[in-house]
Design a protein around this ligand. Sequence first.
Ligand code: GCV
Length: 840
Amino acid sequence: MDRCTCRLSKKIAFSGIVTLIALSSAHAFAQDESQAWLSYSDRTAHTMFPRDIRALGTSPIEQTAVEELKRNLSDAGAASRPAVAGETVLGTGAEIRKAYPHVPVPADMPPESYWMHASGSGDHKLLIIAGGDERGVLYGAFALLRSSAAGEPVDLSKTPLRSEPAMKIRWVDEWDNANGTVERGYGGRSIFFDNGHVREDLSQVNEYARLLASIGINGCNVNNVNGAAPFLTPGWLQGLKRIADTMRPWGVRLAMSVDIASPQKIGGLKTFDPLDPDVKAWWANKVNEIYAQIPDLAGFTVKADSEGQPGPASYGRSPADAANALANALAPHGGVVLYRAFVYNNHLDYNDLKADRARAAYDIFHPLDGKFAPNVIVQIKEGPIDFQALEPVSPLFAGLRETNSAMELQITQEYLGQQRHLVYIAPMWKRVLDFDLRAENRSTPVKQIIEGKTFERPLSGMIGVSDVGRDGWLGAPLAMANLYAFGRFAWNPDLTPEAIAAEWTKQTISADPQVVATVDKMLMQSWPAYVDYTGFLGTQTLTDITGSHYGPNIEASERNGWGQWHRDDAQGIGMDRTVATGTGFIGQYPPEVAKMYDSLATCPEDLLLFFHHVPWNYKLHSGKTVIQYVYDSHYKGAQEAAELGAEWATLKDKIDPALFEDERARLEYQAGHAIVWRDAIVQYFLKESGIPDAQGRAGHFPGRMEAEDARLTGYSVIDVNPWEDASRGKAVSCAEKSCSAEWTYNGQPGRYDIAVQYFDLQGGTAHFTLGINGNGIVSWAADATLPSRRPHGDNSTRYTMRGVELKPGDVLRVEGVPDGGDPAALDYIEIEPATTAPQS
Ligand code: GCV
């Protein structure tokens, strides 16, 4: 059966009634953020089903499914829904067939699939949820709960609902460290570990596994791919067993990252050469020891010969040698090895115009195609560099035809605003999934490759680096749409980002059509906006690539060994990756795609500078020059970021007030930080190219008054590094108890918004006051948690006071009071016509 007959875009109808979108006006606002899209609040969408619920089997997973349906019926808002008489019965296909021989359960249900059917009437309604196995039963239960959020009504008595996952491997990876920190995690400390141990309280692990199960995730790798060796020691294995036991009732299998040097690091061997017989024996024994405690361990993930992690290259062995050594140990137990293709040299020579990090994965893994054991899956990041704002698809997906492959995506927003910026990544993922690599000159979209269809691979899938933490999972409520979308795509990559956004919004925030339309619009706008203000025409995210990966830092990617280069100079910009004159990376793609990228005429312009080096005045198809595009796209991007806040403002009084205020503040911050990005990139490339902005914006800020030009008391002028992160490269910093900067206003009288641009550093909470003519009008604390302890684009922050009456001669004064390591540094103030109407 084609999985798209699954009709998940339909609401479920059961004997005529049956779906309800609860829009009670007596809001309980009971949703708890930790439940995310499973809050079952009275605002969100609900499906109705017969209230007597039972499972035919006794397995923990079937019992979990029953409990989840009951939880839905007993949660907030359920009382306002009419009850449906009759029975909801869950079981595997075999169990249902035995108990209800008349029910037409399909004979060919694959593992993890589900089938739902309704019959009967009055008090004898019967809703059947059958699973291809126990996990399928649980997925069916969650599909039932999701169904009213998913689309048009369908009568289950006439049209049973059937669905199966597109991909076998649907895992999340967590980069949690033994000490409880999470690498690239922005939602607080680990839910799994603390101070070198598995946490005593695993209740959040239980809730997380519930969320994962609801979107069909079947594996969770809990420890970081870096520094994994200690996790194989006996004490850790006992703790990991507890995690596995907690996730098992949700059908989520534990996986773990392993360090390929473990035989030496913790095993006492003199070598970790994967071909050494003692090393092989060590792995076999270790794996037996693990399975004795965790009989359903899903497998190992390996990062080797990458970013300082040890690897087989130390012994002249290949990734296949290393992967197979582990795979052979795991095979008797049914475990798999996810061997990461993120292997590259981070000491490349910038002066070598042929050097190219993008080439690494294909150069290393393509020659090994067919040499991996059947239970090895090569885990390939979606792009050839590293989760940038925009990259082309990795050519390796087409380069492995006799090897299992899976795609690694990042749910945590490392290079995408770290959850402080709203970026719904599903449209980017969709672009990757749908990209047709034209392998063998035929249609071979990436999604079909990782479904295992294209090259008939038995194992394949999607892995999302999630990095949840204890503070609201991803640390930002709307970022949870990304976790949700990841699972939904892994189940069905033919879904659209728009449909997924609507499903998520209806279940998480509200089923009110205006809310759904607005939130979905915002989500869909957010990634293009982020690309517009952070990295243009394929230059990737122009951030500090050796540090925080957050704010603007254009030179950080250049002139070092990391290879995230964009090669800009006074004449032009871009990496020449063509076959004839460049690094030859383009030649790694199948011929039709390579031809498209190789030619300036056919290369998609949003990736132009990823593939080509062009002069600043190179004309795009629109007739606009590249440098003018830089100016225009950044002004547009900052404007788009501001619009997100304006759209959200229309939802006041329509959604949970706490959520409204939380996201309002986030979007206000984002709009300010988008201006930091815009100004950094625009002023940097204005200086570099020497070509002015045809619209006169770049380098001209009519309403801006620089801190270094103010009458300063206590403040000293400092150079900001990198210079582009401050207006004109300078700011003022306070080494006294308190300092002030004063400007005299000389513009037209009227109502204005006054923005104060300051640096909110870690290590203290500075305080600021903005005053006019000696009267303080507003104070605020610089108490955000932003990367870095010195002033630059990571922590440049904007506070805006709106609707202030000003007349010529008014004296504006900002007072800064440093605290600890935060010197209350100031960049400028900016006075712009008020954006809000006066209060009547
Ligand atoms: C786990 C990027 C990240 C690293 C990460 C690495 C990887 O380089 O910045 O934090 O390390 O990718 O995927 O292994």
